[in-house]
Design a protein around this ligand. Structure first.
Ligand SMILES: Cc1ncc(COP(=O)(O)O)c(C=O)c1O
Length: 383
């Protein structure tokens, strides 16, 4: 009944996109070395900075979020550098894989999936190894639905004189990220999550300290991702290589939509939607996966009940026209994940939770229909 063109994306990215963004992308293509494109680039830079409260220029890279992570690491990490990766999920593990390609001294602080990483844990790592000069963190670990305390961890990292690279791929643009106030040295995000664009753009911003460090790190043989070339591009208001021009049209539009709502309200909406999802899941009698004090506001993860077949759950959801995500790696079949980024509001929440109850029941769960959806209805009726 629901063909692929109408499947609702409730996965943690790519996300549903505003029709205005599609319309903006469908415009006539201009050359990228023109004042027309440079004006769009300038607007994207200015509007984007406001979403993470930074004075630093934004670099736009043609590729997915992982390119942003890879680029940040290859430009800063050298073969002997001691790097500390803070790892509590699949995406932290990916960063760990990247850093271990560039240095022999890649270390990791690992906590179990579903757990958060605290500033104290990071402090202990510095006490064990004073040579750590570069720390990586996944702000919002999409694979487990954990939001790590970036601001507190950043303080510890800077007390020990290291640089901090933060993967803000599923936090920025939806939840609070304060690049300058939190002292993030290398900010990385991607287009297909809270920013509400199709995949294809990675965003990088460097603090003053990171920018200065860039001058000292010898250039390696990675030409396309050389941040010095991007820094020169930023000065001229464009990119060193041909940019995906249509995605810039879309970015300019989605940033307008973001600012029409207002960042404060947008963050509040994401937090409220997260809270309502969590309440609904628990009211259904299911168990949330992430530790209570570290729960994400953009991705909700729940344990698949014992007697439930997770592939059946996803299949019934798809039959109802909604795509959700399962667990990754060792969590396959054990958890399911729902993304609530960009445009998700009460309407989507009601629809998804109501469908989830049906799908859970059909997949074998012992739940009462309406147990979750009624908590959302009650909240909305009380507003
Ligand atoms: C936290 C996080 N980091 C990295 C990535 C990888 O991004 P991409 O798939 O855009 O390369 C993702 C994708 O879901 C993510 O959620």
């Amino acid at each position: 009944m629901y063909d692929e063109d109408r499947t609702f994306l409730a996965i943690p990215g790519p996300v549903e996109i505003h029709p205005r963004v599609y319309a903006a992308m469908n415009k006539h293509l201009y050359g990228h070395r023109t004042s027309f494109f440079r004006e769009i680039y300038k607007q994207c830079d200015e509007k984007f900075r406001q979403t993470i409260n930074t004075k630093n220029p934004i670099q736009f890279h043609a590729g997915s979020g992982s390119l942003g992570l890879h680029t940040s690491i290859t430009n800063f990490v050298q073969a002997e550098d001691h790097v500390l990766n803070l790892v509590n999920g699949k995406f932290g593990e990916r960063v760990e894989k990247i850093t271990s390609r560039f240095t022999r001294n890649s270390h990791s602080l690992k906590v179990p999936y579903g757990h958060g990483i605290t500033a104290d844990m990071v402090k202990q790592e510095f006490e064990k190894n004073a040579d750590i000069k570069f720390v990586t963190i996944t702000h919002n670990e999409t694979s487990t639905g954990v939001l790590n305390p970036l601001e507190e961890i950043s303080k510890v990292v800077h007390d020990h004189g290291a640089l901090l690279m933060a993967d803000c791929i599923t936090s920025a643009g939806g939840d609070l990220v304060e690049m300058d106030n939190w002292n993030i040295d290398i900010f990385v995000s991607g287009s297909q999550k809270c920013y509400g664009l199709p995949p294809g753009l990675a965003f990088i911003a460097l603090s003053q300290a990171a920018d200065e460090r860039l001058n000292e790190v010898p250039r390696n043989n990675d030409f396309y991702s050389d941040l010095l070339q991007f820094r020169e591009g930023v000065k001229k208001g464009d990119t060193p290589f041909t940019p995906p021009v249509s995605l810039f049209y879309g970015l300019n539009e989605t940033l307008d939509i973001i600012h029409e709502e207002g960042m404060d309200k947008r963050i509040q909406r994401h937090r409220t939607m997260g809270m309502l999802y969590r309440n609904a899941i628990e009211a259904m009698g299911l168990e949330l996966f992430a530790q209570p004090e570290f729960r994400s506001n953009t991705v909700t993860t729940a344990k698949v009940p014992d007697n439930v077949d997770s592939s059946k759950l996803s299949k019934v959801m798809l039959e109802l026209g909604i795509m959700i995500a399962g667990g990754q790696g060792t969590m396959k079949g054990k958890i399911f994940r729902i993304g609530h980024m960009n445009l998700v509001g009460p309407r989507e929440l009601l629809m998804i939770v109501a469908a989830l109850e049906i799908a859970l029941k059909k997949a074998g769960a012992n739940i009462s229909l309406s147990s979750g959806v009624s908590t959302i209805q009650q909240y909305l009726a009380d507003q």
